[in-house]
Write a protein that binds this ligand. Structure first.
Ligand SMILES: Nc1nc2c(c(=O)[nH]1)N[C@H]1C(S)=C(S)[C@@H](COP(=O)(O)O)O[C@H]1N2
Ligand SMILES: [Mo]
Length: 253
């Protein structure tokens, strides 16, 4: 049997052992609870790869975003002078080895049609050039006004016969598929959504996605895919690089 520690005396070996065991049990219980919590979150995983408590929040935000969305609701446009500085180069996922614009091809997949590879000349042929000065907003908290130039995605869709409105979704990706973005049809067809080859009065620099990028000012920067090499139209909600890593799939502003 053990005696209680005499006051003022140092801890007995037994007391230390008891306290150590208690601390250990406490730690073990805490660890088990954390483990259970983690297991529960993992078990709550769904097709998006995010636990459902988070997914519910995202889906709720998306429902609100879709309800508020209107093609007539424009992101703010600025005077060209507002685009004085370059945006910081942010993200190089899927960046290909330098390819001259003349050799760039965009693979296009639409339902019930053989896949096509369009040169930039073919992609842009006959479409009006659009200048648009809008704000690129990164989810990390910075933004920059940029003067973009290109063609409307909606105009390209109409000319090339991409049935975006009927199908519902658009997937865009880098040529190697290293970065990929899923878009709801209405946002892809929004009048400010551009297939862009020029920035701030010059050909789009490679680090900013040259020779071709998506500009979609109704969405956060993550959706503004650089090095656009693939377009696929379909009825299924496309995979999205950052949505698979816990960000909001809709990512609307
Ligand atoms: N292919 C590709 N596109 C991308 C990214 C990327 O890493 N790879 N980063 C995105 C993010 S998070 C932002 S904020 C913008 C930044 O564009 P910028 O580098 O021209 O400023 O590009 C987006 N498009
Ligand atoms: Mo970003």
């Amino acid at each position: 049997m053990t005696e209680p520690n005499p006051p003022g005396d140092g801890p007995t070996a037994d007391g230390v052992r008891r306290r150590t065991r208690r601390a250990f049990l406490g730690l073990a219980a805490g660890g088990a609870a954390a483990g259970l919590g983690w297991w529960w979150l993992r078990a709550a995983d769904d097709a998006d790869g995010i636990p459902w408590p988070l997914r519910w929040t995202h889906r709720f935000n998306e429902a609100v975003g879709r309800a508020l969305f209107s093609p007539g609701n424009l992101a703010p446009e600025f005077a060209p002078e507002a685009a004085a500085a370059e945006p910081r180069v942010n993200g190089a996922i899927g960046m290909p080895a330098a390819t001259p614009a003349a050799d760039w091809r965009v693979a296009v997949a639409v339902p019930d049609m053989p896949e096509r590879a369009l040169s930039l000349g073919e992609l842009f042929a006959g479409l009006p050039r659009v200048e648009s000065v809008t704000e690129l907003k990164c989810i990390e908290g910075w933004s920059q006004v940029v003067a973009w130039s290109g063609v409307r995605f909606a105009a390209a869709a109409e000319r090339h016969g991409w049935p975006v409105a009927a199908a519902g979704y658009v997937a865009v990706a880098t040529p190697d598929g290293g970065y990929y973005v899923g878009l709801d049809g209405p946002s892809a067809l929004h009048p400010q959504t551009l297939l862009c080859d020029r920035m701030n009065g010059a050909p789009l620099a490679e680090e900013h996605g040259g020779p071709l990028r998506l500009v979609i000012p109704v969405k956060y920067g993550i959706k503004n895919l650089k090095w656009l090499g693939r377009i696929a139209v379909g009825a299924e909600r496309p995979a999205d690089y950052w949505a698979e890593r816990g960000y909001d799939w809709y990512a609307g502003l």
